[in-house]
Design a binder for this molecule. Structure first.
Ligand code: ZN
Length: 305
């Protein structure tokens, strides 16, 4: 993927390109923003330009070729092993940093999901940020900025990425990924994240069914509601619950007072379900329970009063 093909955040693209062209590259960056909006792709393309012999990501020079085949000796990505980036990983990275570049005039290190560094890892990284060796560029990528030590942040140039606007996202999904006819609810759910959209695309039917269920909950009978369990993909459960929450929340802004109360209660029921699933409660029982509670909330309660 060339730099030009990256989606959104045009201003950042321009700034990064200009800085490479003028040789104004800084020692350390912090790329922050929501998940799935392209921070890592930006970091990689930026790196390619920095390492390129002609400083433009020409695709022709030895550096660009090695980069594209993922063999560039002056480039390294550090990522979580399991849930965290451990101090040992940072130590290994530092041991390589002190070596001189091999084919390019600089070396670039990307720490992806850097908000998952343990505190020890962060403190170790801090030492190198305090006295960065010449010709070394470190790019930290993070979703949750607050998890990064302020001493690290103060040594990095922060670049904040914006979610992709809904219209633009819609257009890209259609043109590049042949994903169309997306409901407005889903577009809101994507929150400007291509990654999230593509994940939903793979389970499109599941999400469409969930939407139908929530929006039609008042017309459903008890058995129909329980049968909805077939649409609830175990692997996808947390995302599905979050989507249901969004749908009920949207409902709550459109309906009368009595139903608004049901919408709010539904959100609480779903949040409770999320907690249970996360603490490994029995999946079938938890989901059955949730469906029943939701159904009662929208049918029996509203009938009674
Ligand atoms: Zn090149």
């Amino acid at each position: 993927m060339a730099f030009e093909q990256l989606i959104g955040n045009d201003k950042i693209k321009d700034i990064l390109k200009e800085s490479v062209k003028k040789g104004n590259i800084l020692h350390s960056y912090l790329f922050v923003g929501n998940e799935g909006i392209g921070k890592f792709h930006f970091a990689k393309e930026f790196t390619k330009m920095i390492l390129c012999f002609y400083k433009n990501g020409c695709n022709q020079c030895k550096s660009c070729k090695e980069f594209d085949t993922e063999n560039h000796p002056d480039f390294l990505v550090v990522e979580p092993e399991g849930n965290t980036i451990k101090v040992e990983q940072i130590r290994q990275m530092i041991s390589k940093i002190i070596e001189k570049p091999i084919i390019s005039d600089k070396k670039v290190y990307i720490v992806n999901d850097s908000d998952k560094m343990t505190e020890e890892a962060q403190n170790t990284l801090l030492k190198i940020l305090e006295e960065p060796p010449e010709n070394i560029i470190i790019i930290l990528i993070a979703e949750k900025e607050e998890k990064i030590l302020s001493t690290i942040k103060s040594r990095c140039t922060k670049i904040t990425f914006q979610p992709i606007e809904q219209d633009k996202l819609k257009e890209i999904l259609k043109k590049q990924y042949q994903y169309e006819n997306i409901s407005e609810h889903l577009l809101t759910f994507f929150n400007g994240s291509i990654k999230k959209a593509l994940n939903v695309k793979e389970k499109k039917e599941v999400y469409e069914q969930i939407e139908k269920m929530v929006l039609g909950i008042k017309q459903m009978n008890k058995i129909g509601m329980l049968n909805q369990k077939n649409n609830i993909d175990k692997e996808e459960i947390i995302n599905i619950l979050e989507y249901m929450n969004l749908l009920f929340w949207e409902q709550s802004t459109q309906v009368d007072t009595k139903e608004r109360e049901s919408a709010v209660k539904s959100i609480l029921i779903i949040e409770e379900t999320k907690k249970r699933i996360q603490s490994n409660c029995n999946f079938d029982m938890t989901v059955d329970n949730m469906l029943m509670q939701l159904w009662e909330e929208w049918n029996e309660k509203n009938d009674r009063s």
